[in-house]
Design a protein around this ligand. Structure first.
Ligand code: CP
Ligand code: NVA
Length: 298
């Protein structure tokens, strides 16, 4: 059966642990030898493009980067035609899209694995790197409190899912109207041994946390809302004072790109508690583990 990776729960908890293990192995086979991998981007990227291209090369494959406008999902031709055609050229199809339904529709018709490289709904490759980094910094996540302060977006959703599956206690701190709704909290809570709680007060959210995450308040595609969001998220900046409310030695994480002075103070992201560069470097290792898993490496 062709496996796809559109969301973290596409993996079982055991498979998630295996992907994290594969991500850290010194030696992997080259399951993409002689095969292409399509990397289609409807939005800009630094980390995802660079890390995916290198992961594909390290697994023996040839990455083919394509801008979204060139293929024109549902503009130049239907998503299904694009996916069926590309599946004949490549061992894997990867896409960064505005609408999550595009990667879902690709997966329905594709004979090769489809990978979500970020959608409006989720960012599973980022979450793999996030949990890999936290494990390297502080050890296993089970029982630890992982806080996320800011917008409950694609990054927050995938991070929460991965943390719950690994047994962590996730603590979300989001403004009213920008958090997870009750059904979403319940769904995420049901994914594993961990727990999820949500507060509208950042200080409550980080209490007891050994790991503090945030992301930009305005995601790609929401630029017209930026001025309004900057007002709504006032008070949600991760400052040194907020970090002091977490446990001593708590780590700071951000998927990047970061906006200093908005979601995070420069003193935090550029300070000793920050792990953002290791986290970005882990995007490549996590991608290599995920792609190897999808190609059948165990
Ligand atoms: N974190 C992340 O996905 O970065 P890019 O948008 O640069 O790929
Ligand atoms: N939430 C952000 C993540 C960027 C990597 C966005 O979607 O723009």
């Amino acid at each position: 059966m062709t496996r796809h990776f559109l969301d973290i729960p596409d993996l079982s908890a055991d498979e998630l642990a295996l992907v994290l293990d594969l991500s850290q192995r010194q030696q992997l086979p080259r399951p993409l030898e002689g095969q292409g991998v399509a990397l289609v981007f409807e939005k800009p990227s630094n980390r995802t493009r660079q890390s995916m291209e290198m992961a594909v090369v390290q697994l023996g494959g040839h990455p083919v980067y394509t801008r979204g406008e060139e293929v024109g999902f549902d503009v130049r031709e239907p998503v299904e035609d694009i996916a069926r055609v590309m599946a004949g050229y490549h061992g894997m199809l990867c896409a960064r899209v505005f609408r999550h339904e595009v990667v879902v529709r690709m997966a329905v018709v594709s004979s090769v694995p489809v990978v979500n490289m970020l959608s409006d709904h989720s960012h599973p490759l980022q979450a793999l790197a996030d949990v890999l980094t936290m494990q390297q910094v502080h050890g296993p996540l089970a029982g630890r409190t992982v806080a996320y302060v800011g917008d409950f977006n694609n990054v927050a959703r995938s991070l929460t899912e991965a943390c719950v599956m690994l047994g962590a206690q996730v603590s979300l701190g989001c403004p009213v109207g920008y958090g997870a709704d009750d059904a979403e909290l319940e769904r995420m809570q049901s994914l594993g041994a961990g727990t999820v709680r949500q507060s509208h007060r950042p200080a409550d959210a980080v209490a007891g946390a050994s790991e503090v995450h945030t992301d930009s308040w305005t995601s790609m595609g929401q630029e017209s809302e930026k001025a309004e969001r900057v007002k709504i998220f006032e008070g949600y900046t991760v400052t040194p004072a907020l970090m002091a409310q977490a446990t001593a030695g708590a780590g700071f994480y951000h998927c990047l790109p970061a906006y200093r002075g908005l979601e995070v103070a420069a003193d935090v992201i550029d300070g000793p508690q920050s792990h953002v560069i290791a986290q970005a470097h882990n995007r490549m290792h996590a991608a290599r583990g995920a792609l190897a898993f999808l190609m059948g490496v165990r």
